[in-house]
Design a protein around this ligand. Structure first.
Ligand SMILES: [Zn+2]
Length: 469
């Protein structure tokens, strides 16, 4: 019995390994029409777990789909659309047997426009519960499909009154799957694999009209190099065809910000850091990988409005600037420098308003600024802060501390980062904790700040710092 179990187990493992080395699906998740952290790998993690999937950050119609059999279109920013070249490529891919998935909603303009070219539209009005599978379907109910020629479609899910909600149709040798965006996950940490038991095998079926060759290359396209690469004065800009109209204004503002940030930071960027910018098709969020900044092109109403974009570019740049050691207040300090740079670039009133508003949110939790450290821990017995409350405290208290120091020495930040560049290298110190931070600030301010920080609720100790000067 035991032996049989082992054989069975081994067999299952071997089959599993075989399945993993020869995925049935080579999936491509499009990020060029709309960037989301979720689209970047999380969708694949949830629904294409045993398959091979890549992301495409560049112009979709320039992507090599020859060894792909699934194209996932999660969304398109309202400022963009699927251009005729995209639509031609999507159609050709379907003709050859590829599977295409269009996620959408009634207010997802460009997704809806694309769906319409295949005779289907997203509209409001679906009523719970959804039916059509033995699996329990999760996600907000509300979007249904309007099919121009219902006979062409296989309806997979219907609502309570039998209106179609998810459907496939054959196009050429391939299959198109259309369904509401709310039926898939959304969380950037991939913690919500909604309907995976239903959707994962469905994606394999949708892709089954085209064989892929696991022995041949199948690669994604990253943010860099972009379809277009421009370089001026040591700054490289990468972008897709879709974001071409925003490139020059984005490049110009990034170039204008750089010397202003450098003045506030007191030191130049380390060589190679933040030397490349990739444009992201979104108004929400970006990132810094040290060398490359991913910047949301419509942040804060850009290009019509500049103030938030200045704050945002500075924020992402500062993440690179502070390396090799991130700060204990890494997010707040990045935005705080952003606000100082806003002041320098003509938006002083708005910058001060933002600083004061941020501080005010912390005073709810720590009215005298004496209760909590940056982790929301209290040496004075106040209940630990978590989640949103901790974030409000961390941001507001950091801003308040910076403002106190700036009143004393208006260039305290430049002094601080000069000291940090000089004293905090990977060879000299192991970690950059609160003790080292306060020691470094003491160097910058020319006086011992440990007693003050202890009064403010930080559990810091000079003898535990590695910075001695
Ligand atoms: Zn950040």
């Amino acid at each position: 019995m035991k032996r049989l179990l082992i054989v069975l187990l081994f067999g299952a493992l071997a089959l599993n390994a075989l399945a993993r080395s020869q995925p049935a699906v080579h999936g491509v998740v499009d990020l060029a029409h709309e960037f989301t952290f979720y689209g970047d790998g999380r969708f694949a993690r949830q629904y294409l777990r045993d398959q091979k999937a890549v992301t495409s950050w560049g112009t979709l119609y320039k992507f090599d789909l020859s060894n792909a059999n699934l194209l996932v279109l999660l969304g398109c920013a309202p400022q963009l659309c699927y251009c005729p070249e995209d639509i031609a490529v999507i159609n050709r891919f379907l003709q050859e047997g590829g599977g295409v998935v269009i996620f959408g909603g009634s207010d997802h303009g460009p997704q809806n426009e694309l769906a319409k070219t295949f005779g289907v539209e997203f509209e409001k009005g679906a009523r719970a519960p959804l039916r059509g599978t033995t699996e329990k379907i999760e996600g907000a109910v509300g979007i249904r499909l309007k099919l121009t020629q219902p006979g062409f479609w296989t309806v997979l899910l219907t609502d309570a009154v039998k209106a179609p909600v998810a459907a496939t149709r054959k196009i050429g040798k391939g299959q198109l799957l259309v369904l509401p965006r709310a039926l898939a996950g959304n969380n950037p940490d991939a913690s919500d694999p909604r309907n995976a038991d239903w959707l994962a095998p469905l994606l394999v079926r949708v892709a089954s009209g085209k064989r892929v060759d696991a022995t041949k290359p199948f690669k994604g396209r990253g943010l860099t190099p972009g379809d277009y690469v421009e370089e001026h004065e040591g700054l490289k800009l990468h972008y897709s065809d879709y974001l071409k109209p925003y490139a020059s204004s984005m490049f110009a503002i990034a170039q204008r910000c750089k010397p202003v940030i450098e003045k506030r930071m007191g030191v130049p960027l380390s060589p190679g850091m933040a030397s490349e910018i990739g444009l992201l098709a979104t108004g929400a969020g970006g990132f810094s990988s040290g060398r490359v900044l991913g910047l949301a092109v419509w942040w804060g109403g850009f290009p019509e409005r500049e103030d938030s974009m200045i704050e945002f570019i500075t924020h992402e740049s500062v993440h690179s600037w502070v390396l090799p050691f991130a700060e204990i207040w890494n997010e707040p300090i990045a935005t705080y420098v952003g606000n100082l740079v806003m002041m320098d670039m003509g938006f002083a009133e708005e910058a001060n308003r933002r600083i004061q508003a941020t501080i005010k949110r912390a005073t709810k939790h720590d009215p005298q600024m004496k209760l909590y450290d940056m982790q929301g821990n209290s040496r004075k017995g106040a209940p630990k802060l978590e989640g949103g409350a901790r974030a409000e405290l961390q941001w507001g208290k950091a801003f308040w501390i910076f403002e106190q120091l700036r009143k004393e020495k208006p260039d305290f930040l430049a002094r601080y980062f000069q000291a940090k560049r000089r004293l905090a290298s990977k060879e000299k110190i192991k970690k950059y904790d609160a003790n080292n931070t306060v020691a470094m600030l003491s160097v910058a301010m020319g006086r011992d700040l440990f007693p003050w920080f202890r009064e403010l609720g930080f559990d810091v100790d000079r003898t535990k710092a590695e910075i001695h000067e």
